[in-house]
Design a protein. Structure first.
Length: 118
């Protein structure tokens, strides 16, 4: 499975941004998909994940209520809608497939940079 994240950029605090993750190589419709992020000088951390059907999601406390994960299995794509962005959300964001838990990932994608200015 190859995963390509896109949609990152430079925004101001309070803005919104939507990331996409396109999968190729095989269908990911049976996998839980997730998003992670890594800020400069910090370890990569779990952001959230969505189950195979899209009916169940869970999020890190730091983004709960602001970020929304969704998926389109027909397009083999997962999304991360980020609202009310804060400077502390600045990081490289990675999508992942076959996410069994916050520390268990089957496939990693390349990241996309999100920078939030104050």
């Amino acid at each position: 499975v190859q995963l390509q994240a896109s949609g990152g950029g430079l925004v101001q605090a309070g803005d919104s941004l939507k990331l996409s993750c396109a999968a190729s190589g095989r269908a990911v419709s049976s996998y839980a998909m997730g998003w992670f992020r890594q800020a400069p000088g910090k370890e990569r951390e779990f952001v959230g994940r969505i189950n195979w059907s899209g009916r169940s999601t869970d999020y890190a406390d730091s983004v709960k209520g602001r970020f929304i994960i969704s998926r389109d299995n027909a397009k083999n794509t997962v999304f991360l809608q980020m609202n009310s962005l804060k400077p502390e959300d600045t990081a490289v964001y990675y999508c992942a497939a076959d996410v069994a838990g916050p520390n268990t990932v089957g496939y990693w994608g390349q990241g996309t940079q999100v920078t939030v200015s104050s």
